[in-house]
Design a protein around this ligand. Structure first.
Ligand code: ATP
Length: 350
């Protein structure tokens, strides 16, 4: 089975071709530790870079309009090279259906529909946040992990129960990366701010900031206001960066630990672009170590927005017969992970 994946929910356009000769293993997805990089072709374009401020949806969509056809064409050329000449070059086209920016998603959806119809192969509508979880589950071979998705526009904990990934806890306001980016814009840094905060924090001394966890949910807006106030008051920015990282990541680690405890699970996977931060991974790994749980963080290219994870989940969905009719394939900017009926896990799994 060979699947084309297309991703372009916000600012990074990519296409991937994922090949597997064992669709049955994909259906159960348990007890294996395969390496998707080994059977993946992965094409990323340079991400959209705003001249100033944050991501502008119209500009991002204009970027997708150029970048998506380029990455898809290159990925299909790779698929053609690996093709033995019988049947279509790919067996299905998986695309990010949401959540994300509507104007960007519509370009991804249009590209996916046109390739699927041209090749006469099934369309696979993938939830981007579930794909973040599934790439970690697939790589780790974990059975039923809790997942912390820490990305630009999202921050939540997911756990599987009765055929769906349930949202166990989530941000009450902005996504974690967007919150960090808002602070860095305030101090005049260009997008994305997360890597710059990580670098600056190495030379900073911790500054105390508000810590807001309520049960399984958490909030970033008060921390961001306090961080901006500190900057305006002349506190060195590296010190604020150190405080931001320690505070925000401690909040996420606390809620991740509570999710493990409440579900009785001893497996945690990490997803999302903020997961590229070494300090966050260190805190989560230490927490898991202390409670005897296993932790897996995919390598950076499978953490940030990427078509690889879309292709892998698309392959699972195709193996389970979970295809999408073109006339029902509208994109959904607010597509929540708990809306997805999980068809690719065994019926006996709870
Ligand atoms: P989503 O999956 O919610 O659609 P997204 O489209 O914004 O997210 P991602 O690639 O998952 O994209 O994440 C991008 C975010 O990750 C940005 O906010 C960026 O600042 C943040 N980020 C990237 N690297 C780091 C890092 N090293 N430390 C902290 N944050 C980081």
């Amino acid at each position: 089975m060979r699947i084309l994946g297309i991703e372009g929910t916000a600012w990074a356009a990519s296409a991937a071709v994922f090949e597997t000769d064992d669709p049955d293993a994909l259906r159960s997805g348990t007890g294996r530790t395969p390496d998707p990089a080994a059977n993946h072709v992965f094409i990323e374009s340079d991400p959209y870079q705003p001249d100033s401020g944050g991501i502008h949806p119209r500009e991002a969509a204009e970027h997708m309009g150029t970048a998506i056809p380029e990455v898809v064409e290159t990925a299909l050329a790779h698929a053609a090279e690996r093709h033995d000449g019988d049947g279509p070059v790919v067996d299905g086209v998986a695309f990010s259906r949401g959540p994300g920016l509507g104007p960007c998603l519509r370009i991804v959806g249009t590209a996916a529909r046109s390739v699927a119809q041209t090749l006469d192969v099934p369309l696979l509508g993938v939830n981007h946040m579930v794909a973040h979880l599934e790439i970690g589950r697939y790589q780790s071979g974990f059975d039923s992990p809790v997942c912390l998705n820490a990305s630009g526009a999202n921050a939540h904990l997911l756990g599987y129960h009765n055929g769906r990934y349930r949202v166990l806890g989530e941000t009450m306001d902005t996504g974690v990366g967007n919150a960090i980016d808002k602070f860095t814009r305030h101090v005049g840094w260009t997008h994305p701010g997360g890597p710059k905060v990580e670098e600056a924090a190495k030379g900073g001394d911790y500054v105390e900031l508000p810590y807001v966890v309520k049960g399984m949910d958490f909030s970033f807006s008060g921390i961001m206001s306090a961080a901006k106030d500190e900057a305006d008051a002349g506190t060195p920015v590296p010190d604020i960066c150190a405080g931001l990282q320690e505070t925000i990541f401690a909040m996420l680690t606390e809620v991740a630990e509570r999710a493990l405890s409440l579900t009785g699970t001893d497996e945690l996977v990490l997803g999302g672009g903020v997961g590229q931060n070494a300090r966050l991974r260190e805190m989560l790994a230490e927490m898991c170590d202390q409670r005897g749980a296993k932790f897996h963080a995919p390598e950076p290219r499978f953490l940030r927005d990427n078509a690889g994870m879309i292709a892998v989940l698309g392959a699972r969905m195709l193996a389970a017969g979970d295809t999408l009719a073109v006339e029902k394939s509208t994109v959904d900017p607010n597509f929540r992970p708990d809306q997805v009926e999980v068809t690719w896990r065994g019926a006996d799994e709870s």
